[in-house]
Design a protein around this ligand. Structure first.
Ligand code: NAD
Length: 248
């Protein structure tokens, strides 16, 4: 039990096969109270019911500051504290540089960057008052390699921005015993990726992955568990690659 009685907020955790949902299940198994924040109230509640009795579902659009504040207030009313924030909500668009419209750019960067900033701003006063907390941010190997199969350059930019924002916040809040770290997943089989992979694409990708398999959601959620829990008590401002060796 690595998160016994810890209150963990996870954004983008309603999607049944997603990394966020898998992490909600793992954190719950480790004794956590889990708040599932996703765009749709009914889907967030349904996900919470599926995760277990200590889970709570709340609607939240992470691109909207007021929505983040409202969702965090609901979590505090329900559970009374917040120990962990996992910024996991993310969207991608398989576009090339010349195809990206201003709307595309805003859609993708808003969910990753505004979402991370607004959610962090919403939970940090509570974490400061507790003098403890862990924030974990979901970046991507696309930030490090400059693109992937499904993410456009604007996705790479947004995910790289999350690394910079996370390091700056880690410096600022270290004195409050709040740790802020990032994970850069490689190609993980979820709804974002799974349905779109042809056998030929899969074969080509495998030649770039030393561990010779695609990632599963639990490969990432185990890294999230490490960073959320006291196992990583002296780690802040760090980035953990979870990519099978794709970026050695
Ligand atoms: P997913 O599509 O299964 O889950 C993403 C979730 O985010 C969905 O439940 C969606 O409803 C939610 N969401 C989207 N916009 C939102 C918003 N504005 N407010 C709140 N919630 C919102 O995707 P996934 O593959 O589980 O991805 C999870 C995270 O991991 C994302 O940040 C993604 O960019 C990142 N990632 C995924 C991969 C991969 O290969 N799957 C690789 C690297 C990084």
């Amino acid at each position: 039990m690595l998160l016994e009685n810890k209150v963990c907020v996870i954004t983008g955790a309603a999607s049944p096969r997603g990394i966020g949902r898998n992490t909600a299940e793992l954190f719950h198994k480790h004794g956590a109270y889990v708040a599932i924040l996703d765009l749709n109230q009914a889907q967030s509640e349904e996900a919470a019911r599926a995760v277990g009795e200590r889970a709570f579902g709340v609607a939240c659009d992470v691109t909207d500051k007021a929505s983040c504040e409202k969702a965090v207030a609901a979590v505090l009313e329900k559970f009374g504290r917040i120990d962990v924030l996992l910024n996991n909500a993310g969207i991608t668009q398989p576009l090339k540089t010349l195809e990206i419209t201003p709307e595309n750019y805003e859609q993708v960067t808003d969910v990753s960057l505004r979402g991370m900033l607004y959610m962090s701003q919403a939970v940090l006063p509570q974490m400061v008052s507790q003098n403890s907390g862990s924030i974990v941010n979901t970046s991507s190997v696309s930030a490090q390699r400059g693109g992937g199969i499904f993410g456009g350059p604007h996705y790479s930019a947004a995910k790289a921005g999350m690394l910079g924002l996370g390091k700056a916040m880690a410096r600022e809040f270290g004195g409050h015993n709040i740790r802020i770290n990032s994970v850069t997943p490689g190609l993980i089989l979820t709804d974002i990726t799974g349905g779109k992979l042809t056998p030929e694409m899969k074969e080509k990708i495998l030649t770039t992955i030393p561990l010779n398999r695609l990632g599963a959601a639990e490969d990432v959620s185990k890294a999230f568990l490490f960073l959320a829990s006291d196992l990583s008590s002296y780690i802040t401002g760090a980035t953990i690659d979870v990519n099978g060796g794709m970026h050695i």
